[in-house]
Design a protein around this ligand. Structure first.
Ligand SMILES: *Cc1c(COP(=O)(O)O)cnc(C)c1O
Length: 499
């Protein structure tokens, strides 16, 4: 199986090249040239498998240039009980007869980015080795919080890699800061940057596009790489858990093999829901894909009107990982629903860059509408849903998952479709404890509590267990205290890699 670019059909590379490169040189995203299939018979077999065996089934169909041993190594290094606290890796919780919560947050950082970032470093180093590239990979990340920590956990102690994470000094929560500054591992470095997230991100971008610096690094056999969410190596592991959830439902006698389910995903960059779309195209019996947005509802409008328009206000919400106006992975969907019309995709993306907007053809719009439902939840609806979900079912969800549950509730009201639905739960409620506590009890007094007391309060009041990776933070040794200016970032990197 080879990979094309969404903006140039003549490109054809192996999966190891797609993963090692991340982005095609003309700016397109790598995409498999065909969609492998999984039959109902396959699904029946997979129902009796472990998560890692299921992962092998799915990844093996896409990464055909990897040997069985290579794939095994990647998968077995990533999805362990030690890291995820459960052999199920991504367990399904039955909320009621229609809503099944797919818990994607059992990994080391308590959010769903772990599902991909635990395996990406292994896929990347294996790819580089297969290509015979004799280089150390230096991963640079600018983070507003969650991705940086998940990347650090994924890359720590992975041979052949080093990782440097920059976060805005005045832009992350107390827990996020501690998560990063106490990071363990012999190949990691973390620094705050004076300024906000844009300062950190622009600094990293400048380094990535600095040709002179690239040459300098090349001399010492170092290549820059990012752990960006458009890398195919981040997308493909996400397909696995939709099959796995379906298999778990079969095994638990909730459905029979062949029964259709809906999938509802709280969406930002469109990566997670695109993985669900792949699962459907591969043969997973999925009726509707429900795309849930917060107040930054650019995707809801797109699905309903065919017009993507980022020229709008940006809102900061209690579901910050979905505060996005450009959903990069949507490009892959456009390619797929236009039957690989890379010229059309290129046109849309040029228009987005130049005018901040594009309008898809009626044909594409109709195809998207047939499969996707778009909805959004404002802050009140999201908060109310956290309360109701606990009140009715005794289950506490985080602020991102609540957007999805809220939109699904609306969907059922609007359409009367009571098909059993897998709802992706993307973060542990402990990661957003303040907003979750306020939603659960509007009378609660939390203004004076620091984040660790909030963890304890959430655990005590609602009989939950604090994830050990979060509670342990308060006692952990701080390893990184550096704060640099934007123009010192390169020097910080140099100091680190020369050691
Ligand atoms: C990244 C993230 C999302 C959005 O996922 P996309 O793949 O970008 O659509 C949703 N919830 C949480 C908690 C996240 O970290």
């Amino acid at each position: 199986m080879n990979y094309k670019s969404t903006r140039n059909n003549n490109i054809s590379v192996k999966s190891c090249e797609a993963i090692a490169k991340g982005l095609s040189h003309e700016g397109g995203l790598f995409i498999p040239e065909s969609i492998p299939t999984v039959s109902l018979k396959n699904i029946e077999y997979m129902a009796d498998m472990s998560y890692t065996e299921r992962a092998k089934e799915i990844l093996g169909r896409f990464l055909t240039d990897f040997t069985e041993e290579e794939l095994d190594n990647c998968i077995n290094s990533a999805y362990t009980k030690e890291k995820f606290g459960t052999n199920a890796i991504a367990p399904v919780y039955k909320l009621n007869s229609e809503q099944y919560i797919l818990e994607l947050w059992h990994g080391p950082t308590c959010a769903f980015k772990d599902m991909a970032l635990q395996i990406l470093p292994h896929l990347l180093t294996t790819s580089v080795k297969k290509l015979g590239i004799d280089r150390e990979m230096l991963i640079l990340v600018a983070t507003s919080g969650d991705t940086g920590k998940a990347a650090l956990e994924g890359f720590k102690n992975v041979t052949g890699t080093k990782i440097v994470v920059f976060y805005p000094d005045d832009g992350v929560s107390q827990i996020q800061r501690l998560q990063m500054c106490t990071q363990e591992g012999n190949n990691v470095f973390v620094s705050a940057v004076n300024g906000n997230f844009d300062d950190a991100q622009n600094g990293v971008k400048e380094i990535f596009t600095d040709n002179e610096y690239e040459k300098e690094l090349d001399k010492i056999k170092v290549s820059l790489s990012s752990a960006n969410s458009i890398n195919w190596g981040r997308l493909v592991p996400q397909i696995v858990y939709y099959f796995s959830a379906y298999c778990d439902m079969v095994k638990g006698d909730e459905i029979k093999v062949g029964d259709e389910v809906n999938i509802c995903v709280p969406t930002g960059n469109f990566g997670n829901i695109l993985a669900a779309y792949y699962a459907k195209r591969m043969g997973l019996p999925v009726k509707k894909l429900i795309c849930a947005s917060n107040k930054n509802n650019v995707l809801t409008d797109f699905i309903r009107t065919g017009v993507y328009d980022r020229n709008r206000s940006f809102y900061t919400t209690t579901s910050p990982s979905m505060d996005i106006l450009i959903s990069s992975n949507l490009e892959r969907l456009l390619y797929m629903v236009s039957d690989g019309d890379s010229e059309a995709v290129k046109g849309y993306m040029t228009s987005l860059k130049e005018n901040g907007t594009y309008t898809v053809s009626d044909e594409i719009k109709a195809k998207i509408e047939e499969i996707f439902y778009g909805g959004w939840a404002d802050e009140d609806a999201s908060s109310e849903t956290i309360f109701q979900t606990n009140d009715k079912f005794g289950y506490v969800i985080d602020t991102h998952t609540s957007v999805a549950v809220s939109v699904h509730n609306e969907y059922v009201k609007e359409t009367g479709d009571t098909t059993k639905t897998i709802i992706a739960s993307t973060a542990s409620p402990f990661k957003f404890n303040g907003a979750v506590l306020s939603a659960l009890d509007s009378e609660t007094q939390i203004a004076d509590l620091d984040e660790f007391r909030l963890l304890e309060k959430l655990a005590d009041d609602y009989e939950l267990r604090i994830p050990s990776s979060l509670s342990a933070l308060e006692e952990k040794e701080v390893r990184f205290e550096m704060v640099c200016d934007k123009n010192q970032m390169k020097a910080v990197i140099n100091e680190f890699i020369k050691n």
